[in-house]
Write a protein of this length. Structure first.
Length: 435
């Protein structure tokens, strides 16, 4: 069901570990060629083109691309009370964690009469994408909307694919979650065309956005790459991944259940166990075989576990396991070892780290308070997950008086001349002529 990779008695480099643990093949560049004509249709089209694209890719023609306010409210009115309570509790926790991410303005007095003030300003308008393929993601609504609201973004729009079974509207749980969070601008549009609508805008339909965030399939990732620069993006999210470092103290059924939970997302999802216990490795494989057949999406899960992107990795020690984790830079990292917190503190490259038996990834997906929009494909070695900071820009405000200016003038002129940019220096000396 899942391959085994043996790193015992091996001293590998970071790149060697990565090559032995490849991700699923995801050819975004090829997908870009496919989405290019879609982007152009949106850029040069009108609502009729959006409706045609919905019929073509989602099999349904919405009555309108923008979801009526009445439909959003109706979805909330009809929401199962248990789901509403769960959403409200999760939103409360997400809001609590993300409120602590707010950046504070600061001012540095560089010299007497010379200061630099840094002010954090939200982007003017964001488009938040919520996928609607194999599952329903009200959690992604919360993970995107709440940080944007805390950042005080003044204009927030949400897009999610139209669904045949709901008359061309996005899934009602998506709409209800938007209503719970006070979002009334929702579009029934999915895929690359949704990203293009946010990037270009469309007269009488949707105002252009400055930033787009949210996960999606390969075509959403391709559209983000193609339109980056026209619009800001959070990341090109790829298939989900979990990598678990466990020793002999871990419980095999816990480990197997967590691997299955992420394999449930997609046939290209990655599920990796790294362990120094050959006994645990055997027990986990037995548990995988026992559990997979009983799950609703067992065919999808089997494909993901059997793929090149998934593995049980044997190492000599937990220390070597940490090296593997940091080389892989996984989206979700679990630590199920003795002294798990101390071991977790050695993780440098991860989207999010889940510590101990009672902190599974599923908790973070919904209700831990952390964000589940995280870097994939090894990007955790240089990028962070979605946060309030994603929606903020740091602006510097520079103010020098005449005395402070005069004291530094010769330094600036010297550096300008050293770079062969004498006009820069003249912009300084010209002020001395008038003083």
């Amino acid at each position: 069901m899942i391959r085994t990779v043996d790193f015992r008695a091996c001293a590998l480099s970071k790149s060697q570990y990565k090559s032995e643990l490849p991700r699923a093949v995801l050819d975004v560049s090829q997908a870009m060629a496919i989405v290019a004509p879609i982007l152009e249709r949106v850029r040069n089209g009108d609502e009729s083109d959006l409706l045609s694209l919905a019929q073509e890719f989602d099999g349904v023609t919405p009555a309108h691309i923008r979801v009526p306010q009445s439909a959003i409210q109706e979805a909330l009115d009809q929401l199962d009370p248990k789901i509403r309570t769960a959403l409200e509790l999760s939103a409360q926790r997400i809001r609590k964690v993300h409120t602590n991410q707010v950046r504070r303005d600061s001012q540095t007095q560089v010299v007497d009469g010379g200061s630099v003030r840094e002010k954090w300003v939200p982007v003017d308008r964001v488009g938040l994408y919520v996928p609607g393929g194999k599952a329903v993601y009200p959690s992604s609504v919360m993970m995107n909307v709440i940080p944007a609201q805390i950042a005080k973004v003044p204009s927030i729009a949400v897009a999610s694919p139209p669904r045949q079974e709901f008359g061309g509207l996005p899934h009602p749980t998506i709409l209800a979650t938007c209503a719970l969070l006070g979002i009334d601008e929702v579009y029934a549009i999915g895929g690359a065309q949704a990203i293009a609508l946010f990037a270009y805008g469309m007269d009488n339909i949707c105002e252009k956005c400055d930033l787009v965030t949210g996960p999606g399939n390969i075509y959403v990732a391709a559209a983000k790459r193609a339109l980056r620069g026209i619009i800001g993006i959070d990341s090109e999210a790829g298939p989900t991944e979990i990598i678990i470092l466990a020793d002999a103290t871990a419980i095999a059924s816990d480990v197997a259940a967590d691997m299955i939970s992420q394999a449930e997302h997609d046939v290209m999802a990655a599920a990796i166990l790294v362990t120094d216990s050959s006994e645990l490795a055997i027990e986990v494989e037995v548990e995988l075989i026992r559990r997979v057949g009983r799950t609703k999406h067992h065919e999808r899960i089997k494909s993901a576990l059997a793929g090149i992107q998934s593995a049980i990795v044997l190492v000599d020690s937990v220390a070597q396991g940490i090296d593997v984790l940091n080389a892989y830079a996984g989206e979700h990292v679990e630590i199920q070892t003795r002294n798990a917190r101390e071991v977790a503190d050695q993780v440098r490259n991860a989207g999010a780290v889940f510590i101990g038996r009672f902190s599974p990834v599923s908790l973070g997906d919904y209700s831990a308070g952390s964000n589940h929009v995280l870097p994939t494909g090894g990007c955790a070695c240089h990028s962070s997950g979605l946060s309030v900071q994603t929606f903020l820009r740091g602006l510097h405000f520079i103010e020098y008086d005449q005395v402070a200016f005069s004291e530094i003038t010769s330094t600036v002129i010297t550096l300008a001349n050293a770079e062969d940019l004498p006009a820069h220096g003249e912009a300084m000396s010209a002020r001395l002529e008038k003083s």
